[in-house]
Design a protein around this ligand. Structure first.
Ligand SMILES: *[C@@H]1O[C@H](CO)[C@@H](O)[C@H](O)[C@H]1NC(C)=O
Ligand SMILES: *[C@@H]1O[C@H](CO)[C@@H](O)[C@H](O)[C@H]1NC(C)=O
Length: 504
């Protein structure tokens, strides 16, 4: 995902040797621990109107408002994975990964948005990819919705229309039916907070609705119910024969406090930005967190609304959502410090989610080790919080990664991966049930509003070349070594010549 973090990307990066001094030089992973890499359909596939695919909200946005994207580009061709999927699988083999997390494009499979018409060519593409993965014993981990809503459904309100719960569940059902014999790990929805807050409450993602404090909360309720309904369809109808697992991927940045007086502010920031999704699913009693319910209701009444702008969940809805995820899928990138004081009164538009939450964030860079190290510590604290708040759920880290400039020598990414994986191992040592780790992303891609201006890939992609040539960065060699040895070695220096496939 990840374009939005450019706001916070003025990194102070520690040198590798400095950060490594405080670490054990080698650490091991639990037996059965698994490693993967992730992508998303719109960001890599291209083939935007090929073989019967129809328009998604991203096609619509980039074609009607091209310079909404930083470099006025679009995902029409992107990394051309619609044609180059065999090379993609070859890269996964070079890295020696256990699984590949990719997403299905809803309008590629269902051109009308509904199951009345199934696009054979689109289905064939995903079958080809899945078969190629299975041929090399790489597990497909499939995200059903990673942000490319059919434009037709968006016109009818998208995630703010409660009928989306049925529309999404029907689409998910088609995916289970078509691919469920081969796919045993399903991710229902990627990053509800970004979908709702950035897409409906701001102009930070398609569909640019910008109705903060209203549409984002409607979206939140519908996304949770759509996820839960698809979960139950899988659980009752497909799991008995197909025997897979199904879960949601939440993005959780960690909000910390430097001064005790801001402890509540930090809790509220975590509640508003991710526990609003995790609490209904993973907590003992379900429902939205009480801090969110109370703050939004009080503000709403103050503002003259007859009821809270945050819709209520009925007891039946609470029960439907509670427990509806086999794993806690976690996407994580950043840690912030927060404060809340008089200076924020009236600072944000009213109504807005920022005004409901009423905190401000900052980074602290002067501490020894720099921001990246503070970030890794935040990751550890986040994993600890998830373990404590939700009775140690099994966690799959579905995204974690770092953006660098173009070029193959991505030492900052190497440092980032080592620090964050190390922090994860600390949480595992403390008892966190973390099952696997996924790098965002396998290769450079179309990074949403940032277009092709930022690079998250283990592989660099040459977007100027018709072949969209993929070349491994230093981080690819380092990650491969971690995966191959099942060991984090701070001092490993790869010979970055050729990344070959082992054992073939
Ligand atoms: C979005 O709406 C807010 C008011 O809630 C407004 O202040 C802001 O300028 C709008 N943003 C854009 C990009 O139109
Ligand atoms: C609010 O807190 C911030 C961060 O600690 C501080 O810089 C600012 O001066 C405070 N403002 C008021 C009015 O207390």
């Amino acid at each position: 995902m990840r374009w939005q973090h450019f706001l916070f990307l003025l990194y102070t990066v520690v040198s590798e040797s400095e950060s490594a001094k405080t670490q054990n030089s080698k650490r091991n992973f639990p037996d059965d621990f698994r490693f993967g890499a992730a992508t998303a359909a719109y960001q890599i596939e291209g083939g935007w109107n090929t073989d019967g695919k129809t328009e998604s909200i991203w096609d619509h946005l980039t074609h009607t408002n091209p310079c909404a994207i930083e470099d006025c580009t679009n995902g029409d061709v992107a990394a051309d994975s619609y044609h180059l999927y065999k090379r993609d699988v070859e890269m996964l083999r070079e890295l020696g990964l256990d699984y590949y997390r990719f997403s299905l494009s809803w309008p590629r499979i269902l051109p009308t948005g509904f199951p009345d018409k199934i696009n054979k060519a689109g289905v064939q593409y995903y079958n080809n990819l899945i078969d190629e993965l299975l041929k090399y014993n790489i597990e497909p981990v499939v995200t059903i919705y990673h942000w490319d809503m059919p434009q037709k459904l968006q016109k009818m309100g998208g995630w703010t229309n409660p009928y989306i719960i049925d529309w999404y569940t029907d689409y998910a059902g088609v995916a289970f039916e078509l691919f469920g014999k081969k796919v045993k790990k399903w991710i229902t929805i990627n990053e509800p907070y970004q979908i709702c807050d950035y897409g409906y409450g701001n102009k930070l993602l398609a569909n640019f609705f910008n109705s903060t404090g209203v549409a984002d909360y409607l979206c939140a309720k519908n996304v949770l119910l759509a996820h839960a309904k698809a979960y139950h369809v899988y659980d009752k109808k497909y799991r008995p024969n197909q025997g897979g697992t199904i879960f949601i991927s939440l993005s959780a940045q960690y909000y910390d406090y430097e001064f005790k007086e801001f402890k509540d502010a930090a809790k509220d920031a975590n509640d508003f930005t991710w526990a609003i999704y995790s609490y209904p699913i993973f907590s003992k009693y379900g429902d939205f967190p009480s801090s969110v319910k109370e703050r939004v209701k009080a503000k709403s009444i103050q503002q003259g609304f007859p009821r809270s702008r945050l819709p209520e969940l009925t007891p039946t809805e609470i029960e439907t959502i509670r427990g509806s995820s086999d794993y806690f899928g976690l996407n994580h990138y950043f840690t912030f410090y927060v404060y809340r004081n008089e200076s924020l009164k009236g600072l944000y538009p009213s109504p807005s989610t920022s005004d409901d939450l009423e905190v401000a964030t900052y980074h602290k860079e002067e501490r020894k080790g720099g921001r990246m190290k503070i970030g890794a510590l935040g990751f550890y604290k986040l994993l600890t919080k998830i373990r404590n708040d939700y009775d140690n759920p099994p966690v799959i880290i579905t995204e974690n990664g770092f953006t660098t400039k173009r070029g193959l020598d991505d030492d900052d990414r190497v440092t980032f991966l080592r620090l964050y994986i190390n922090a994860m191992l600390d949480a595992i040592d403390d008892g966190s049930d973390i099952r696997s780790y996924t790098v965002w992303t396998m290769m450079d891609n179309f990074e949403w509003l940032r277009g092709f201006t930022v690079h998250y890939g283990l592989y660099e992609v040459d977007f100027e070349s018709p072949e969209r040539t993929r070349t491994p960065r230093k981080s690819a060699f380092v990650y491969k070594q971690i995966v191959r040895t099942r060991e984090l070695d701070w001092y490993y220096e790869p010979d970055t010549d050729v990344l070959s496939i082992d054992g073939h």
